[in-house]
Design a protein around this ligand. Sequence first.
Ligand code: ADP
Ligand code: MG
Length: 350
Amino acid sequence: ADDTETPRITALDEATVQRIAAGEVVERPASVVKELVENAIDADASRVSVAVDRGGKDGIRVRDDGVGMTADELDLAVRDHHTSKIGDIGDLEAGVGTLGFRGEALAAIGAVSRLTVRSKPRGGEMGHELTVEGGDIGEPEPAGCPAGTVVEVAELFHNVPARRKFLKTDATEFDHVNTVVTQYALANPGVAVSLEHDDREVFATDGTGNLRSTVLSVYGREVAESMVDVEWSADEDDAPVHSVQGLVSHPETTRAGREYLSTFVNDRYVTASTLREAVLDAYGGQLAPDRYPFAVLFVELDPATVDVNVHPRKLEVRFDDEQGVRESVTEAVKEALLAEGLIRSSAPRG
Ligand code: ADP
Ligand code: MG
């Protein structure tokens, strides 16, 4: 072999590495919104306002009244693998109480957009603003703002044309944004969550902590009034599911072709076919073909029996005891519907 020959293998430059990594976190406007809303909730906000333009393709703004950040914290927050949420692997293994902990979302968003973060700590005197453009981090500058944080994302994917091209219509992208914000609103009735699209209010929850009034804000009066309470607890301590609580709709309050089933496992929004089928099973033959009920269900179970890491950024979970979980959830929903006389006790399956 000739030593002078250029090797085929070279290190990628920093900007390329950054952009590839960013692509893993930020797929579309809705993924940006998800990360920013999670940060607001982790920051102990009681109010989170989301506004997007043209499905989020032309701009995303998330404002919260949470703990805020100092100028120094602002500078660290936008750097990759910087987080205030865990210190080391020990913390991670002990269990994380926050929605985020990887410390990569703001860095990733900043790598593929023009990101502006304005923040003032609670009780702080002065706010600051920092801009990141295509990964270049600016200096924090003093800025007037109320306590809390405002994050603005413009020109998403301006430097990743392939991604930009892959985005769907404004309506479709907004649909994804709406789904994300709706789930966080339902999961956090104690937080006033609002959503605006192209300067029009889509919904605003009251943050009073009442699930039914949150459902009313998100899905409207007809749905909210048809919802029945699910209040179920296991008899034994070692049952696969400890409790199931929330609301499910009357079998005739349904929508065609689209599902409005929100399931939360230990307060985290998840998708699991086991839970979905468990809910639908409970309705037995009461649902018209291709009609789906509304459900907002909080399932509590031993965290050690849930695998949330099917994929770190996907919402899908698996249970150690799929069958046991399924039966408990069906029982919980059935009990609620039966109590209101909405299904027959021997309702045929399927
Ligand atoms: P992670 O949420 O995994 O820690 P992020 O990149 O999303 O990573 O955020 C980095 C850090 O920036 C957070 O750990 C937090 O300290 C701070 N931060 C981000 N958003 C907010 C916010 N809305 N309010 C207060 N602090 C925030
Ligand atoms: Mg985060």
